[in-house]
Design a protein around this ligand. Structure first.
Ligand code: HEM
Length: 297
């Protein structure tokens, strides 16, 4: 598998040890919750028919490798973070946010998912957040939980289009378009939501972001950028590119729409490109059905 690359024998053995530990960790530390980004990780499940039907070792390895990379092949770090990611998923139910729940129409309109198969590595799947359009809709940030469920839903639908065994499509790219933001006074509700989303992405979605573009950011917003940066770790910061002119995005993301982003896409607007028909993985569907049956019980 071309996604598994080790710099040293130590890295390889840490990966193998962690991979071997997963079934026991799921059973004893994660309350039996066995799902990450829509995939099954435990091949030692007592329900052999489920293993047969849903477990794919190559995908499980691709995902565990990502965790190893995220935590620099330090075994105890990988394990403690794995446990907290799984517990968070068991509690938050991100698959439901992505595939079952309906979100506020005004939020849905500013979250776009595009797929550019011909784009360069790890820029094929892009989530767009047209946050500039929300500057006058502060009410949307008041219910943090509601906003989070919408935003995580978009993230998970994007992850569904990645391939954890394909080196050129195992990360996603994100764009924030701040067009429409003329004067920006740090609003309490927006700041609170922003902080929480950043926190969740950093803690529970490691090693999934390839690049993040902030476009239509007038230079006098440097101050806002400086404030938000404080919540973000240094590794993530390196992936950020801020562009004051949105039409220059095409230099970095060639396949994006020509208007207004300066890419090569002439036929469709961003909204027409929006990939809305994303379905959960087969296993994700199974987990969702099982959890809604439990709710009914
Ligand atoms: C992150 C909203 C203005 C820079 C975020 C996030 C939200 C948000 C919800 C969470 C991360 C995500 O959803 O991907 C807004 C709104 C704004 C605004 C509603 C004004 C209407 C700005 C401005 C800048 C900025 C003017 C300056 C460049 C950032 C940065 C992050 C961020 C650097 C961190 C991204 C990350 O860690 O992935 N913003 N923002 N924001 N925003 Fe804004």
């Amino acid at each position: 598998m071309d996604t598994l690359k080790f710099n040293t024998d130590v890295e390889k053995s840490v990966f193998e040890e962690v991979f071997k530990d997963i079934p026991e960790l799921i059973k004893t530390k994660c309350g039996g919750y066995d799902e990450l980004y829509g995939y099954k990780l435990n091949p030692e499940d007592e329900d052999k028919a489920n293993v047969e039907k849903y477990y794919r070792e190559d995908v499980a390895k691709g995902i565990v490798y990502k965790l190893c990379k995220a935590y620099k092949f330090e075994r105890s770090e990988i394990i403690s973070n794995f446990i907290s990611i799984m517990r968070w998923r068991a509690d938050f139910n991100p698959l439901s946010a992505a595939f079952l729940e309906s979100h506020d129409k005004e939020l849905q309109e500013v979250g776009i998912l595009t797929s550019y198969p011909a784009e360069s590595a790890n820029k094929k799947i892009v989530t767009w957040n047209l946050y500039g359009q929300l500057v006058k809709k502060k009410h949307l940030f008041e219910d943090v939980e509601k906003f989070l469920r919408y935003r995580i839903g978009l993230m998970e639908r994007g992850l569904r289009l990645l391939d954890f065994n394909d080196e050129s499509n195992c990360y996603m790219t994100q764009v924030h378009d701040y067009k429409g933001v003329s004067v920006f006074k740090t609003d309490g509700a927006i700041k609170k939501c922003t902080k929480q989303v950043i926190h969740i992405f950093q803690k529970y979605y490691p090693e999934l972001l390839y690049a993040k573009y902030f476009v239509n950011v007038p230079s006098f917003f440097g101050l806002v950028y400086d404030v938000v940066k404080k919540f973000v770790d240094a590794e993530t910061m390196k992936k950020f590119v801020v562009l004051s002119d949105g039409a220059k995005l095409g230099r970095y993301l060639k396949s994006c729409p020509k208007t207004p982003y300066g890419g090569s896409g002439e036929k469709k607007t961003l909204q027409q490109e929006n990939f809305t028909d994303v379905r959960p993985t087969e296993y994700g569907q199974f987990i969702l059905e099982r959890s809604s049956n439990q709710d009914i019980d």
